[in-house]
Design a protein around this ligand. Structure first.
Ligand code: PMP
Length: 307
């Protein structure tokens, strides 16, 4: 990590990776006051393109709106800066992390006097849950930690502080020998992973938790729904009881980092045939065909980088 070079965009300026620091008394360090995004850029025969750039920038601003955090740049400026970070670092396939946070001015819970800073970094990042997982699937466990209750922390905001909850679930999963956790919502219905949305397939119908299950409104989730419907599947967004996961023919995760990752077991119960299922494979293959430029970008999801 220390060896990574290149430049990080900090409030309009490019700063060397090793000098991209903030003050230890910044509000965000003490009170978790950040909102952020994670995007991927994919290299394909036509160039390198960021996947669903506009939707990510839109969600960043929505997260900031919930927290009354005025971002001192326009959406166009942030989108342009995201593309510039990839271009200036000469990256092709990479992960991009824009973050807006309450910075350095004074401490105390109220963020109102603290500036809002915006930083954007990018680096090469392979598959999130491992190359082998893309084909064979991951083993996950239902966490004893629940998702945020709807009247505690808003889960439609992609806020840094939400990931303390996610970390508890992830740590527990690792300790129990699982690759990832799945959390139930406050009412005991299926929610999401520590950094992924979840889908299940039963009798050729696709089900995914609705937004009322304290989940992030994932952009890959939306992409999966559009791809699946385009392939002719019905997709139901609904409350999902835990045991429906065990009885599913197929289960898979979606996320910008995780992309489309099959799940082969949950709580040590084999899902379907214990391998990537055929519906998962079709959706995964369509997703990668679009980002890898093998099929036409019919949903207009790719924003090409100009170097
Ligand atoms: N849920 C959580 C908690 C996440 O962190 C992520 C990753 N951003 C997702 C779902 C998937 O969202 P997206 O597809 O927009 O990356």
């Amino acid at each position: 990590w220390d060896e990574k070079g290149g430049k990080i965009w900090m409030d309009g300026e490019f700063v060397d990776w090793k000098n991209a620091n903030i003050h230890v008394l910044s509000h965000v360090v003490h009170y978790g006051s950040s909102v952020f995004e994670g995007l991927r850029c994919y290299e394909n025969p036509n160039g390198s393109a960021i996947f669903r750039l506009n939707e990510h920038v839109e969600r960043l601003f929505e997260s900031a709106k919930i927290y009354k955090m005025p971002i001192p740049f326009s959406k166009t400026e942030v989108s342009d800066a995201i593309k510039d970070v990839v271009a200036i670092n000469n990256l092709n396939s990479c992960y991009i992390r824009p973050i807006a946070y309450r910075g350095y001015k004074e401490l105390g819970v109220s963020p109102l006097n603290c500036p809002v800073n915006v930083n954007i970094a990018a680096w090469e990042w392979g598959t999130y849950l491992g190359d082998e997982a893309m084909e064979n699937g991951v083993d996950i466990g239902v966490s004893s930690w629940r998702r945020l209750a709807p009247d505690t922390m808003p889960s439609l905001a992609k806020a840094g502080a939400n990931y303390m909850n996610a970390q508890l679930a992830k740590l527990e999963a690792i300790e129990n020998g699982f690759d990832e956790a799945i959390m139930l919502d406050y009412h005991g219905f299926v929610g999401e992973g520590s950094g992924e949305n979840i889908f299940l397939v039963k009798d050729n119908v696709i089900h995914t938790p609705s937004l009322s299950s304290s989940i992030l409104k994932g952009i890959t989730r939306d992409s999966v729904i559009k791809i699946a419907e385009d392939l002719g599947y019905d997709v139901l967004e609904e409350k999902i009881p835990r045991e429906m996961l065990y009885l599913a023919d197929e289960v898979f995760f979606s996320g910008s980092a995780a992309e489309v990752t099959p799940i082969r077991s949950i709580d040590k119960i084999e899902i379907g045939s214990g391998k990537r299922g055929s519906v998962t494979e079709k959706i995964q293959s369509e997703f990668f065909s679009i980002v890898d430029g093998k099929t036409e970008d019919k949903f207009n999801w790719l924003s090409y980088i100009e170097y």
